[in-house]
Design a protein around this ligand. Structure first.
Ligand SMILES: [Zn+2]
Length: 255
């Protein structure tokens, strides 16, 4: 009953939100979005607004959180769970946004669940059972190349649903954990070997620092440059497709 009531209330709140076509186009301007079927684009809009209403946005260092800030972060954060559902984000509700790069309030301590970045040290952070933090400057920089700080951090959140961010999110019953492990380990080993030999690696080398970063950086590539990921690592692409239940190359869902 309570669930039905909150859904009803949320539907009424959504009906009252008026956004221009231009605002949507701006929020959804990402490579894999162009492939989406119209029905999925509509679903994306709907889920984006539900995400926006369910999460609390907080200002970092006085940054003014505008509608554009909420909308763009919500749209990007929703893309990875378009098929698997917003309930995958039910275990967290706070987003802190700084205007530019920020200084993390704590030192990096992976074992405590904090995931912070040495390279993009101040562009984003995801806390186990805590908030997700972004630099707005980095959020709007997304869309160039494979980098997307929002997808990166929410991928950590998905990963953390099974404990620490270790590169193994909770698997659907249709997936084989053994196969995931085998494919990811092979790609991880190959990439490290290539890096040692000075050969090019298909993803940002930051993803090679630890398995949790590997999963997040691969997720960025999966949604931002699916062609290149598929070309270099078709088996990794397939595992991510099974997890996200989406095929960004074809703009459709898979089960
Ligand atoms: Zn990370």
């Amino acid at each position: 009953m309570l669930k039905r009531w909150s859904e009803w209330r949320e539907n009424r709140q959504i009906a009252r939100i008026h956004l221009s076509e231009q605002q949507w186009q701006q929020a959804m301007a990402y490579p894999s979005a162009a492939q989406l079927a119209p029905a999925l684009t509509q679903r994306w809009r709907d889920m984006t607004l539900r995400f926006l209403l369910r999460k609390n946005f907080y200002s970092g260092a006085g940054f003014v959180i505008s509608d554009e800030v909420r909308l763009r972060i919500s749209a990007q954060a929703t893309l990875p769970v378009l098929a698997i559902g917003l309930h995958w984000y039910d275990d967290w509700d706070s987003i802190v946004v700084y205007e530019t790069a920020f200084i993390p309030p704590f030192a990096q301590r992976d074992e405590s669940g904090l995931v912070s970045h040495s390279r993009r040290v101040l562009s984003g952070e995801a806390w186990l059972r805590g908030p997700v933090i972004f630099s707005w400057e980095d959020v709007i920089g997304a869309g160039h190349g494979a980098h997307n700080v929002v997808i990166h951090e929410v991928a950590h959140k998905l990963d953390m649903r099974s404990g620490a961010a270790n590169g193994a999110p909770p698997f659907h019953h249709t997936m084989s954990p053994a196969r995931w492990h085998e494919v990811m380990t092979e790609a991880w080993d190959w990439a490290h070997q290539a890096q040692r030999n000075g050969r090019p690696v298909p993803i940002d080398s930051y993803g090679l620092e630890q398995p949790g970063e590997f999963f997040s950086v691969l997720s960025e590539h999966f949604f931002m440059q699916p062609e290149s990921l598929f070309e270099h690592w078709p088996q990794v692409y397939e595992q991510l497709m099974l997890f996200y239940q989406q095929d960004p190359l074809r703009g459709c869902f898979v089960s």
